[in-house]
Each structure stands twice: as structure tokens, then as C-alpha cells.
Design a protein around this ligand. Structure first.
Ligand code: CO
Length: 167
């Protein structure tokens, strides 16, 4: 009898722990446009995934001028960081993401964000390996327009890019 009670207690503990965990999401997300989610302190949260197929699941974000945003990037892949790392770099309006990506190839020491081009950058989530997650909070620009974002890991910019539209 006593053994059985103990066993049940352990079972309850395990399920409680399981509920509290925030494991990697495996659900498919067909949408490519970010939608608003609960605002919590750091502003509206936009969750983006990056994978081994060199794809961001979200390529279009819309924000109001000056809106507080929190972007969370999850690398859902399994390939090692040295071969398939992902970052998220939001660029100023008018900056060519492909040119920036090409220039970034030589900046491995700084997670492929060239320090001499920092004035073209609005926000950065540093390079992530498989199953890693990073985030950045920032204010959307006040100036309406299109602001490109890109992964600057060598060879990724052509496939891994999108646009933050401020309007
Ligand atoms: Co990438």
C-alpha cells in the first residue's frame, strides 16, 4: 500500500514537471506572416524558427512606427553550428541584404556581423547552433518603410531573408 502511494506521487510530480517544461515546438507553422501575440513587458513577441533547410518560417513582419518588439529566434535544426549556424540581423532601410551577407562572410569572429558595417544594423540575434534560442528586444523604426532582415551565415542570405514593414 505504501509503495503504491509513493509511486503515484512520483507520477504526479513527473506530470507536473512535464507541464512546466517549454520544449522545442514540433508543430508545423504554415503561416509566413507574424501575428500579434500577448504583450509582455518587452513588447510584442515574434517567434521565428530557422532550420537545416536554410529557411526562416516567417519572412514578413509588420509593425507600427516605434512599436516595442521582441524577436525570438529558435534554430530547430540538428546540423552543427559550424556548418549550419543561423543568426538574425535586421538592417536599415535601403541596405541590400545580399550585399550585407556577402560582406559578412569574412566576419566569423563577430558571428558574421562585420563591425565596420554596424551602422547599417538595427538589431541582431547572435549565431545559434542546433536547438539553441536567442532573442533581441528593440523599437521598430519611427520611419515607415521596409527593413530587411537576413541570416548572415555564409551562403544563407539568398534563402534566409525577409522584411519588417513599418506602417
Ligand atoms: Co542561416
Amino acid at each position: 500500500m505504501k509503495t503504491r502511494v509513493l509511486f503515484l506521487s512520483v507520477g504526479v510530480l513527473i506530470s507536473l514537471t512535464g507541464c512546466g517544461q517549454k520544449g522545442p515546438s514540433t508543430s508545423a507553422q504554415p503561416e509566413t506572416t507574424a501575428s500579434a501575440s500577448a504583450t509582455q513587458g518587452g513588447g510584442r513577441t515574434i517567434e521565428i524558427t530557422a532550420n537545416d533547410q536554410m529557411k526562416f518560417n516567417i519572412t514578413s513582419i509588420t509593425a507600427k512606427p516605434g512599436e516595442e518588439l521582441r524577436v525570438v529566434l529558435s534554430n530547430t535544426g540538428t546540423i552543427p553550428k559550424e556548418a549550419m549556424g543561423h543568426n538574425w540581423v535586421l538592417l536599415k532601410s535601403g541596405v541590400d541584404p545580399l550585399a550585407f551577407g556577402a560582406a559578412a562572410a569574412g566576419a566569423r569572429e563577430t558571428d558574421y556581423v562585420p563591425q565596420n558595417l554596424k551602422d547599417q544594423v538595427i538589431a541582431v540575434i547572435g549565431l545559434l547552433g542546433p536547438k539553441q534560442k536567442g532573442e533581441v528586444s528593440f523599437k521598430a523604426p519611427e520611419q515607415p518603410g521596409d527593413y530587411p532582415f537576413v541570416c548572415t551565415f555564409p551562403g544563407h542570405a539568398a534563402l534566409m531573408k525577409g522584411v519588417l514593414t513599418v506602417k
